[in-house]
Design a protein around this ligand. Structure first.
Ligand code: APR
Length: 320
């Protein structure tokens, strides 16, 4: 059986890291695509030359032609521009919307059967626009945000409790922005919910609140440190986890920016919710019970996403 074909659209910081991880994990053959001439070709060659040392079997090629995406099983989209210090994800809207149009049309023409994972920011609006431009079924187009946001939350919690990150599960809902909702009730250490750990004296509510805020600001903290771009190692690892869930039909329950129609009182909006990822893409949206505070935070986040979608429609009338 042929190896799966994984198209990485955007060969920048995240795209290059994705290619490296996909090869190391032998998830399939990689086609790196970018509009910048030489960049995808150079990165593909460099990673391919690490193959004899690492011992992986995967072919890596770079291209500037959409036709080379033909037959891709998975597309991971990072094309666009990242944030600079002082910019919010929303500031990227106008530029990256045009990129989503080109990429969506390229996917539609060349690999309409692919499972598409969007990473480009502002995420919830860009994954919506990419779905609109590509015309793919909603279950086959998903955004990567919740896996990254919950990984950040898990990392901070493991530091606070001095326990292995493996034993920390975390749950993040809502849009990938300042209004995201890291859920304390649904996050655990070895199955013990965080509020119980406060009651057990492992931490204080004030420290937990600070960790929640640091999670919300997790991307900006890295932008501030790097000064020339945004995070790429953890975003790439998060998207690869989602691609693997699809390719291996793992039925993972992961927080993703998925199309929600019916659940959570929504009528067809892309926003971060827990979903089951398997061979059919998003196989199920999992609707958890939110308490009044969580619901208020989730609604605020939904409103922010709706505002971005409306702004997209204002910029590109074909989306209205
Ligand atoms: N088609 C294909 N590639 C494009 C296009 C386009 N129309 N426009 C830009 N690109 C490419 C750039 O040439 C660049 O190589 O997208 C790549 C983006 O890479 P980086 O600038 O290194 O950005 P990166 O850190 O990878 O982040 C990409 O993901 O997390 C988000 O906010 C982030 O939106 C940003 C995206």
């Amino acid at each position: 059986m042929a190896r799966p074909k994984i198209a990485l659209i955007g060969a920048g910081q995240i795209g290059g890291t994705l290619a490296h991880l996909v090869a190391l994990k032998e998830l399939g053959d990689v086609v790196l695509f970018d509009i910048a001439e030489g960049t995808p070709q150079g990165k593909a060659l460099d990673i391919a030359q690490s193959g004899p040392v690492e011992g992986f079997d995967a072919s890596l090629t770079g291209t500037n032609a959409y036709a080379d995406l033909k037959g891709a099983d998975v597309c991971i989209v990072t094309a666009g521009v990242p944030r600079k210090p002082g910019m919010s994800r929303d500031d990227l809207l106008g530029i990256n919307l045009k990129v989503m149009k080109a990429v969506g049309e390229g996917i539609k023409a060349n690999c309409p059967d692919a499972f598409v994972i969007c990473i480009t920011n502002p995420l919830d609006a860009m994954v919506w626009a990419l779905r609109e431009f590509s015309g793919l079924p909603h279950n086959k187009v998903v955004g990567m945000a919740g896996v990254l946001d919950s990984a950040r939350f898990r990392h901070f919690l493991s530091l606070e409790f001095n326990v292995s990150m493996k034993d920390v599960t975390a749950f993040v809902l809502g849009g990938h922005g300042d209004t995201m909702v890291p859920s304390v009730r649904y996050s655990t250490v070895g199955g013990i919910p965080l509020p119980d750990l406060v009651a057990m004296g492992w931490t204080t509510q004030a420290k937990l609140d600070a960790i929640v805020q640091r999670t919300r600001d997790g991307g900006a903290e890295i932008v501030g440190l790097l000064k020339t771009g945004s995070a790429f190692y953890a975003p790439a690892a998060s998207a690869v986890e989602m691609a693997e869930a699809y390719l291996k039909d793992q039925k993972r329950l992961l927080p993703c920016a998925a199309h929600v129609k019916g659940a959570y009182g929504l009528d067809g909006l892309y926003v971060g919710v827990p979903v089951i990822l398997g061979a059919d893409g998003v196989e199920r949206v999992v609707e958890v019970k939110l308490d009044a505070t969580e619901k208020a935070m989730f609604d605020k986040s939904v409103d922010a996403v709706k505002g971005l979608v409306a702004a997209c429609k204002g910029i590109d009338p074909s989306l209205a």
